[in-house]
Design a protein around this ligand. Structure first.
Ligand SMILES: Cc1cc2nc3c(=O)[nH]c(=O)nc-3n(C[C@H](O)[C@H](O)[C@H](O)COP(=O)(O)OP(=O)(O)OC[C@H]3O[C@@H](n4cnc5c(N)ncnc54)[C@H](O)[C@@H]3O)c2cc1C
Length: 317
């Protein structure tokens, strides 16, 4: 079957790889000059099925109200950016802040994330791909007793989903991550997820794309996808800056841009873009960096060790 994959981020490239493995003829299309050059370029480097947590959680509305007055808040809503899609997103977010919805959403996220992590391990085994990857687990760091209390609720769900975890006191956190010793007085312990991993998403995307190309996947870059041509029951092609392209099947992997293309064919994807920041810094003092990946629960900041020489700090908000 001929399949067009729209989008050459980590999702589009990985999809193309698996489709090529199954013997399909695959073409990947992207507006950028190469793969992984938008969201997949520099994230926080966490492969964290155990930490999969919906943003919509009990207590969020109150927290969000407090964040409005906080200088370094984990989530900021700019008044100037409020529009109809954002209001719809906020309404959906708030209606999912009940204990019942949180339990359902978190356990679903855990199941699919654990499955994906296992697929990734299998991919590593079968291809030998490396991407500054580490398999040393993740520690979620707590600064308040309330955060530790909340961790008990999460541990119940982790237990039910069979996800390994350990609640650690501060001394144990520092045994795993001695680089945090200077912050001992700020910590109240942490939740360790030994099955979680880390790695460079861009490197992974680039290397898998190269392997996919060897398998026959073709890449068409610098091509803007303008519209999907469809009737109610089928897609007939896609309109692009390089003309009309057709295939037997189409995969949409345009990240946060996906809903826009689906609008005319009346498919309503509940995807709303948020902005995050990440920076990669060289390591200047070996003793003060994480050995794996840690998450500061208070500020929702993640810090990940990549390779030997650099650490990556990322925050989504
Ligand atoms: C700061 C930050 C930290 C993060 N940290 C983590 C983390 O630690 N762990 C984790 O798992 N996730 C993290 N994420 C999320 C993760 O990076 C994304 O979920 C992932 O990269 C999305 O990949 P994607 O392939 O779906 O989208 P993208 O990488 O955005 O790929 C979509 C592609 O579609 C192309 N495209 C879009 N529209 C068009 C068009 N009209 N025509 C042609 N091409 C088009 C783009 O050029 C792009 O290449 C983080 C995100 C951010 C921003």
């Amino acid at each position: 079957m001929k399949i067009i994959v729209m989008g050459a981020g980590v999702i589009g490239v990985t999809t193309a790889w698996y489709l090529a493995e199954q013997g399909h003829e695959v073409e990947v299309i992207d507006r950028q000059p190469g793969v992984g050059l938008e969201t997949s370029f520099a994230n926080a480097g966490q492969v964290s099925p155990g930490y999969s947590t919906p943003w919509a959680m009990p207590g969020l509305p109150l927290k969000a109200a407090r964040w409005m007055f906080q200088k370094h808040a984990p989530l900021v809503v700019r008044a100037a950016a409020v529009n109809a899609p954002m209001l719809r997103f906020m309404t959906q977010l708030l209606t999912n802040c009940t204990h019942h919805a949180y339990d359902i959403n978190k356990s679903r996220m855990l199941r699919i994330a654990e499955y994906s992590r296992d697929c990734q391990a299998e991919l590593r085994r079968s291809t030998g791909i490396t991407y500054d990857d580490g398999q040393k687990g993740l520690i979620q760091l707590f600064r308040t007793d309330k955060q530790v209390e909340h961790a008990y609720e999460d541990m119940r769900l982790l237990e039910e989903s069979g996800v390994k975890h350990d609640l650690l006191g501060t001394d144990d956190v520092l045994k795993y991550e001695p680089g945090l010793t200077g912050a001992r007085h700020l910590l109240k312990g942490g939740l360790r997820l030994p099955g979680d991993e880390s790695g460079d998403a861009y490197l992974f995307t680039q290397r898998l794309a190269a392997m996919a190309a060897e398998k026959g996947v073709s890449f068409r870059f610098r091509t803007e996808i303008e519209a999907i041509e469809a009737a109610s029951d089928a897609i007939y092609g896609i309109r692009t800056s390089a003309g009309r392209l057709t295939a037997d099947a189409y995969v949409l992997a345009l990240g946060s841009y996906s809903p826009r293309l689906l609008k005319p064919i009346e498919l309503d994807l509940p995807v709303y873009p948020v902005k995050g920041y990440s920076l990669t810094a060289p390591i200047t003092d070996e003793r003060r960096v994480p050995t794996s990946t840690v998450n500061d629960e208070t500020y929702k900041v993640a810090m990940t060790r990549l390779a030997i020489a650099s650490a990556l700090v990322g925050r989504q908000n």
